[in-house]
Design a protein around this ligand. Structure first.
Ligand SMILES: C[S@@+](CC[C@H](N)C(=O)[O-])C[C@H]1O[C@@H](n2cnc3c(N)ncnc32)[C@H](O)[C@@H]1O
Length: 273
């Protein structure tokens, strides 16, 4: 269980039968509650939104999105052109972005409290009968912050997820590289892992995607060089977004690596044809 989870709370709601509450106790009709949508908006190109995402996004009274302080966030920017002027915008502003402050700062407690209060903000709209479309970069259930809302609210309200084009496949498309052939396996890693763990896992990989680079880039590059994988590694930042950049591994200045970047180690091409 992730340290940010309130899954135990969600489960206890489910078990107590507190779901969408179509009828209040005694058979009287209860107030209609809204639905929670996790909308995968894809990797950044507004044309990579699915038709279903677009329909539900435009039909929802409330549009919630995660963002840094004084920022709109990539998910919001991706769909901004599709929003209606009468939709209620609900920014969920992260208390911490970028480099995590060192202890004694309680990062995990801070984030848990943030997701708790974000869930209550969203719950207020749902309880009042308003559908809430929560935007999520790529796919909501693939490292998406929407998961923390889902963990807290899916036991209390109707929740639906619209899958999105995830950044791994968008990066492969941007790099023009097939990712996995036939019986190869794809390893997906977060660059935040310790160096020894990255080394251990990558040693056995047929193909890999390494996400969450940013300040972890230098460590990841060291591992790839040590394992003799640097020649195979392909780097892209902001795949499909404005400002997409593809660079050879050796030319990358670690100080400029953004959070929205990825390294791919494609599987070896099948020679059978
Ligand atoms: C919290 S994860 C979110 C993943 C997202 N839910 C998905 O399905 O792609 C954030 C990481 O996704 C990757 N990422 C997301 N969008 C990207 C893009 N357009 N180009 C390159 N990497 C991207 C980066 O590695 C970033 O650190």
């Amino acid at each position: 269980m992730s340290p940010f989870d309130s899954r135990a709370d969600a489960l206890s709601h489910r078990q107590s039968g507190a779901t969408s509450g179509r009828h209040a106790r005694g058979g009287r009709p209860a107030q209609a509650v809204g639905r929670l949508f996790g909308i995968g908006v894809g990797p950044g190109d507004p044309e990579l939104l699915t038709l279903k995402a677009l329909r539900l996004l435009r039909a929802s009274a409330v549009v919630a999105y995660y963002a840094g302080p004084k920022k709109r966030g990539n998910a919001y920017t991706t769909v901004a052109e599709y929003l209606r002027p009468d939709q209620i915008l609900l920014p969920l502003v992260y208390p911490v972005t970028g480099r995590i402050p060192a202890p004694p700062f309680d990062y995990e407690g801070t984030m848990r409290r943030f997701y708790d209060s974000a869930a209550e903000l969203v719950a207020g709209h749902l309880a009042a009968g308003r559908d809430v479309a929560t935007l999520c970069e790529g796919d909501p259930f693939f490292y998406g912050s929407f998961m923390y809302l889902h963990d807290r609210l899916a036991g209390r309200f109707r929740a639906e997820v619209v899958p999105g084009v995830c950044s791994v496949v968008a990066s492969a498309a941007a790099l023009g590289t097939p990712l996995v052939y036939r019986d190869q396996s794809l390893l997906v890693l977060a660059g935040t892992l310790p160096e020894a763990e990255l080394t251990r896992r990558l040693r056995e990989a047929d193909a890999a995607a390494i996400m969450k680079l940013g300040s972890n880039f230098e460590k990841v590059r060291r591992v790839l060089v040590r394992l003799g994988l640097a020649e195979r590694a392909l780097y892209v930042e902001r795949a499909s977004m404005q400002g997409e950049r593809i660079l050879p591994l050796a030319d990358i200045d670690p100080a400029t690596v953004p959070y929205f970047s990825m390294l791919l180690l494609p599987g070896e091409a099948w020679q059978g044809r």
